[in-house]
Design a protein around this ligand. Structure first.
Ligand code: SF4
Ligand code: SF4
Length: 180
């Protein structure tokens, strides 16, 4: 079982870390390889769905390869998740509270194929396109939010905290609305 997180949303990331913003190049997601993206472009790929902050059951082989067919998500989140908004409540300082929260990088992405099938990082890594509702395509946050809801994507309002939850109870909370 792993509780892993990445980049909840690009606006949070920049405001919390103070990272310098670099310009987003036009259509960068289709014109450049993931390894060629600048910091801002990399972060702009995250749609903020929060799925990666859910507790999940993962089978890995000795090389760290994940059998995607066997990944099971629960609706139980890491203790720092704000379940109402779907965002990390202490993103900038999260590792003080959750040391095993992982930053998604190009180096570890190949071993993170447990990510949901709609996740832009996983999709681009696999040579697929961005999901049609992605903000980079719609350029309209309201439209994206509406379409994400219609596509059943996002944890806001439908997750519970791991705090005080037993392993036994967690095992009963496997969901089927996220597919790796
Ligand atoms: S610490 Fe924050 S970003 Fe990391 S898994 Fe928990 S909620 Fe997600
Ligand atoms: S699953 Fe992918 S798109 Fe969703 S929050 Fe995590 S990194 Fe971002």
């Amino acid at each position: 079982m792993q509780s892993i997180s990445l980049l909840p949303n690009s606006s949070n990331v920049d405001s919390n870390t103070g990272s310098k913003s670099e310009p987003l190049r036009a259509q960068f997601w289709s014109r450049f390889a993931l390894t060629e993206l600048n910091h801002s472009e990399w972060e702009a790929l995250c749609d903020g769905c929060g799925s990666c902050c859910l507790i999940k059951y993962i089978d890995e082989d000795e090389n760290g390869n994940v059998d995607e067919e066997l990944v099971e998500y629960t609706d139980v989140t890491c203790q720092l998740m704000d379940c109402a908004t779907g965002y990390c409540s202490h993103y900038a300082t999260r590792q003080e509270y959750v040391p095993d929260c992982i930053q998604l990088t190009m180096d570890n992405l190949p071993n993170m194929m447990w990510l949901p099938s709609h996740c832009a990082y996983k999709r681009l890594y696999k040579g697929q396109s961005l999901p049609s509702w992605h903000l980079l395509l719609t350029q309209d946050a309201v439209v994206t939010q509406h379409e994400m809801r219609a596509a059943n994507v996002g944890v806001a309002g439908r997750c519970v905290s791991e705090t005080s939850m037993s392993d036994e109870e967690m095992e009963t909370r496997v969901i089927n609305w996220i597919n790796p």
